[in-house]
Design a protein around this ligand. Structure first.
Ligand SMILES: Cc1cc2nc3c(=O)[nH]c(=O)nc-3n(C[C@H](O)[C@H](O)[C@H](O)COP(=O)(O)OP(=O)(O)OC[C@H]3O[C@@H](n4cnc5c(N)ncnc54)[C@H](O)[C@@H]3O)c2cc1C
Ligand code: SF4
Ligand code: SF4
Ligand code: SF4
Length: 425
């Protein structure tokens, strides 16, 4: 059985569960992390395909590309804003430092033996993330911030499972889907993974995306980059880039993301993925884009989904790690949530996905935009043209997208009154 390559996001879960170590993550030519198979070691047990978040294996052994769930934001018990009481954490983190504070609380209270979180690595101009097993609560702050590049979970997760550690981890929606699927086949994983924090996820840009942004936006040669962080320094924060000739460059994070880095360098899996909000996490975490505007001390939008998630968050609040304020659930719905739940015109033509939002002008425009931009992104010689395209498309897209968002949100507000099913999966 093979996973259709169009639908691999590089979540790494197949590599973690393979009983023969026949899979290894490696970079593709386009800068995505993808599993590579050593056929000599493979015993064709099929486990890797069964845990893959992107495919369903039918009884007859047929492998089909899977859509995720219905509903807008999945199950939840509370939606709110949370922020760290430690100003250093809040300043360094992506939003309000809720993720970092919860992980720190779990370690300090010895609720888990270790936490798994990635941090940024820069090697010969390639920027990527690598998970590590973190035991020391004081270290957790060093992992704060968002990594908009491929991230490898495999080595750290394998190590933690081998050591039978009780862990908490933070992951992207597709990783969490893969993990939850693996619990079905390997129940001991469920015993070891105590709490799952999920990040909202628009997409994961390839490593080429950072190269592109550094080159065309900052006019720096990627191989000169010695350090890079995508978020932090307040909210929504700055990308910080240090070079080996001791220069430090600072650019607003939304400008860095909107340069084309966040729009044209992701794989098709992110285009067909409809889980924006980490629906299978215990607690999902996001930027409060729909609630907070302007530059400020950050807060994290949190969607608490399970009893355990609620208990842990409330205990962390009582113990003084976090502040929490409940807000209406509609603020958890971002434009991307709607976009990802819309019927995908190009990639899913002819398929039977039960998405909840009908296609609209902006859905179609979004896919055309991706097709044009990603074609330019594939060839480095065309990057200056891509930069020009990324700058000018805003004049057409921003007004349309904004109008569409409010129309759809209004539409959903009315529907929510009639039936909660449109918000809850
Ligand atoms: C690729 C990506 C896309 C995102 N898309 C959206 C979006 O569309 N809308 C939205 O509102 N929010 C999005 N987020 C989430 C947002 O950027 C923040 O991560 C979230 O608000 C949590 O903030 P915090 O201050 O509580 O986290 P922090 O306290 O800063 O902690 C973040 C934790 O996440 C871990 N982490 C960072 N990057 C990754 C990664 N790539 N994979 C796994 N773990 C990681 C860090 O190691 C750290 O432990 C995205 C994040 C990522 C990484
Ligand atoms: S089929 Fe089994 S042995 Fe082969 S790569 Fe997949 S999990 Fe590993
Ligand atoms: S999406 Fe994840 S589980 Fe599926 S093939 Fe890719 S890395 Fe493996
Ligand atoms: S958009 Fe979906 S598939 Fe892509 S990285 Fe995020 S969760 Fe994974």
């Amino acid at each position: 059985m093979d996973v259709p390559s169009v639908s691999c996001s590089g979540c790494g879960i197949c590599v973690v569960v393979c009983p023969r170590d026949a899979l290894k993550m490696s970079f593709s030519a386009q800068g995505h992390l993808r599993p590579a198979l050593n056929k000599n070691l493979c015993v064709d047990c099929g486990l890797c395909v069964r845990v893959c978040p992107f495919v369903d294996v039918h009884d007859e052994g047929e492998v089909v590309v899977s859509g995720f769930t219905t509903g807008l934001i999945g199950k939840y018990v509370k939606v709110g804003l949370a922020w760290s009481t430690d100003e250093r954490v809040r300043f360094k983190s992506a939003s309000g430092g809720a993720a970092t504070s919860i992980l720190k609380y779990l370690l300090e209270e010895r609720i888990v033996d270790a936490v798994l979180a990635p941090r940024i690595w820069v090697k010969r101009g390639i920027v990527f993330g690598r998970y590590e097993v973190v035991y020391d609560p004081k270290e957790v702050v060093n992992y704060a911030g968002s990594i908009y590049a491929p991230v490898d979970i495999t080595k750290a997760l394998k190590e933690a499972l081998k050591e039978r550690l009780h862990i908490a981890l933070v992951g992207l929606p597709c990783q969490i889907r893969g993990l939850r699927r693996s619990f079905q086949y390997l129940p001991h994983l469920k015993d070891n993974i105590k709490l799952v924090l999920g990040l909202y996820c628009n997409n994961t840009p390839s490593s080429k995306a950072t190269e592109y942004a550094v080159k065309t936006l900052l006019k720096v040669k990627p191989e000169k980059v010695s350090y890079l962080s995508f978020r932090g320094h307040g909210w929504p924060g700055y990308a910080i880039i240090a070079t080996d000739d001791y220069r430090t460059l600072k650019v607003s994070s939304p400008v860095f993301w909107d340069s084309g880095l966040g729009q044209y360098f992701y794989g098709k899996s992110c285009l067909i993925c409809s889980d924006h909000t980490a629906e299978l996490a215990d607690i999902s975490l996001a930027d409060p884009w729909t609630y907070q505007r302007g530059i400020s001390a950050g807060k994290t939008l949190v969607v608490i989904r399970t009893k355990l998630g609620l208990e842990i968050l409330m205990r962390a609040v009582e113990s003084g790690y976090l502040e929490f304020e409940e807000i209406p659930e509609l603020y958890a719905v971002q434009y991307t949530t709607l976009l990802k739940k819309a019927v995908k015109v190009i990639t899913k033509r002819g398929s039977k996905y039960p998405y909840v939002i009908p296609p609209s002008i902006t859905t179609v425009l979004h896919e055309i935009d991706y097709l044009v931009g990603s074609s330019l992104a594939r060839d480095e010689r065309l990057w200056p043209l891509l930069r020009f395209y990324a700058k000018t498309r805003h004049y057409v897209f921003k007004p349309l997208v904004t109008i569409d968002y409010f129309l759809k949100l209004g539409f959903n507000r009315i529907l929510a009154k009639v039936s909660k099913a449109w918000i809850v999966g």
